[in-house]
Design a protein around this ligand. Structure first.
Ligand code: HH2
Length: 269
């Protein structure tokens, strides 16, 4: 059964220097940020230490873990539902041991040969796995991506990844799927996927939508500063809520939660 209102996945940026602000010690700043995001309405905290922006370079395991471990620990200590945004099995394994319960993998468990086994461990612990579609690697994915039918191809890819998980003993109930907005997609591809978001319902898994502050919102609005793209991001979030998205991955938690509350009332939910 579809949830009435999507869950909000708040993005917690865990780059090395992002918690030294305000004169607070990093641990206190982290705890404060976790508390604020939860008060604002985040149901899930998504913590990642490797940027997957177009052109981004990979980060070694130890460095990625060093970046995210304090944020994961702060989230778990506060009782939050913690998601780890990583393509690396070892990082996901350590996050599970630290209390994370969602393995959010933008490579849909294809980047690392151990990821399927780690994903099974998440499912056995009562956790979930998000399988996202990406065309190619973040370094090159925006170099002329092509599809004959983007919606059908992304849907078929996700169906194949679901089947691979089921074959490895991971129940479908533990899976979330994501069309991967901006990951090897032009503006036209992103719009086609968003307009046809309902097409992913046939996969019989909750759909996660991650469009917050992404480049296509800048292209459509002329806003070059990603931090000023909350209004466009909310427009996409509301569209997602009306077209079956079960989880919305967002930077602007408070603003998105308010918009969703009003939208739900308008729809009589
Ligand atoms: N997008 C980004 C990272 N992780 N995970 C899922 N499931 N879906 C997404 O769309 C998604 C994701 C984009 O990450 P990046 O551009 O590195 O920046 P930020 O983490 O600030 O969104």
């Amino acid at each position: 059964m579809k949830p009435l209102r999507p869950e909000i996945m708040g993005i917690l940026n865990a780059t090395p220097d992002s918690f030294s602000d305000g004169g607070m010690v990093p641990e206190a700043a982290l705890a404060a940020r976790v508390a604020t995001m939860r008060e604002e309405g985040a149901d899930i905290l998504d913590i990642g230490g490797e940027s997957t922006r177009p052109g981004a370079q990979p980060v070694p395991v130890e460095e990625e873990w060093r970046r995210i471990a304090p944020a994961i620990e702060a989230g778990v200590a506060a009782g939050a539902y913690v998601s780890v945004d990583t393509r690396k099995a070892e990082v996901a394994r350590r996050a599970l041991a630290a209390g994370a319960r969602l393995f959010n993998d933008v490579s849909a468990l294809t980047y690392d040969s151990d990821s399927m086994a780690v994903a099974r461990a998440y499912a056995e612990a009562g956790g979930r796995i998000c399988l996202m579609h990406a065309l190619g690697d973040p370094r090159t994915m925006q170099d002329d991506p092509r599809y004959a039918d983007v919606v059908a191809e992304v849907r078929d890819y996700l169906a194949a990844r679901i089947a691979a998980c089921e074959a490895a003993g991971i129940p479908r109930a533990a899976l979330i799927v994501d069309p991967g907005i901006g990951f090897g997609k032009t503006l036209a591809h992103n719009l086609a996927l968003l307009r046809d978001l309902d097409a992913f319902a046939v996969l019989d898994c909750p759909v996660l939508l991650g469009a917050s502050r992404k480049g296509f919102i800048g292209t459509l609005s002329g806003e070059r500063d990603a931090a000023r793209r909350a209004p466009g991001s909310i427009a996409v979030a509301l569209h997602g809520a009306r077209h079956g998205a079960a989880v919305l991955r967002v930077h602007d938690v408070r603003e998105t939660a308010q918009a969703l509350a009003v939208d739900a009332a308008l729809r009589g939910l």
